[in-house]
Design a protein around this ligand. Structure first.
Ligand SMILES: Nc1ncnc2c1ncn2[C@@H]1O[C@H](COP(=O)(O)OP(=O)(O)OP(=O)(O)O)[C@@H](O)[C@H]1O
Ligand SMILES: [Mg+2]
Length: 270
């Protein structure tokens, strides 16, 4: 696990920038490591002393469960998006010091239809996060596997986007469409939006295929890919069943080390 000392340079640099930087973790492809990245990155940042909020905007509520909360928690982000509950009243504490959670529950599935029906609803999430965003140094949004209204809302609310890419065959499939969506969101909804980076996930260092795919992604998108690579690690996949991030499940695992490295790289990039 990284020591606090390792962090000082990037902490100083980060602290000179404004509060409440919002990161969307997005890729319309399913099962690429969005939730795993959102939960573990949020935990590592909080552990380093940054006030952090994780917002679960996926009706699967996987991030909510991975942080030890029930997937029927109420009120949830759904009530907040509907305007029925003030954002601060739906935020709950987690077992990780400095990490708060705005939980999802399956009701959120209705938002996809409700938001699509209302014109001008693309900024709903940004608007409801506005009253709390400066209470945190980092806000992370765990997006669902689609480019539907919830992901668009997340991209409209975000300063940066992190795109997890699994180093498997078909990894590049859909990335062109995602980048086009990001461009349109920048143009029409949110000129501030920037790509923080693509993140290679579930990387199996023993296979030639994973190595080739990683190379291909770096060649296609020079400068856009994080140096840190998240290895395939059984400790990472076990952790959600205990309702804890991998840094608590097994702080000495390769998965915990990788997410700490990623947190440092992300904070250093600003
Ligand atoms: N580095 C890793 N090593 C091993 N297993 C992993 C790793 N990252 C993710 N997983 C596992 O892969 C599965 C998919 O990961 P995850 O839920 O994070 O993806 P997702 O993109 O959020 O999925 P969805 O699109 O359904 O929201 C999960 O079972 C998770 O535990
Ligand atoms: Mg997910």
């Amino acid at each position: 696990m990284g020591s606090v000392g390792d962090w000082s340079a990037c902490v100083d640099r980060y602290r000179s920038s404004p509060l409440g930087t919002v990161y969307a973790i997005a890729n319309q492809k399913g099962g690429v490591g969005k939730t795993t990245t959102a939960v573990n990155l949020a935990a590592c940042i909080a552990e380093a002393g940054f006030a952090t909020l994780l917002v679960d905007i996926d009706a699967q509520a996987n991030a909510t469960v991975a942080l030890g909360a029930s997937k029927t928690t109420e009120p949830s982000v759904y009530d907040v998006i509907r305007g029925d509950v003030a954002t601060a009243d739906a935020v709950i504490a987690t077992d990780i010091e400095g990490l708060s959670l705005l939980p999802a529950n399956p009701d959120l599935a209705a938002s996809t239809v409700e938001l699509a029906r209302e014109s001008g609803s693309d900024h709903r999430l940004r608007d409801v996060l506005a009253p709390v965003r400066d209470d945190y140094e980092f806000v992370l949004l765990d997006c669902p596997p689609s480019l539907g209204p919830l992901t668009i809302n997340a991209l409209a609310a975000a300063d940066r986007v992190i795109v997890p890419v699994q180093t498997e065959y078909f990894a590049l499939e859909g990335l062109a469409g995602l980048l086009e969506t990001l461009r349109l969101v920048q143009l029409r909804l949110n000129p501030r939006l920037a790509i923080a980076g693509m993140l290679l996930t579930m990387h199996d260092t023993r296979t030639r295929l994973a190595h080739d795919v990683a190379q291909e992604v770096r060649t296609h998108f020079p400068d856009l890919v994080f140096d840190t690579v998240i290895p395939r690690n059984v400790r990472i996949s076990e952790a959600p069943s205990f309702g804890v991030p991998v840094i608590h499940h097994d702080p000495h695992s390769s998965g915990a080390a990788a997410y700490f490295e990623l947190a440092k790289e992300m904070v250093a990039r600003g």
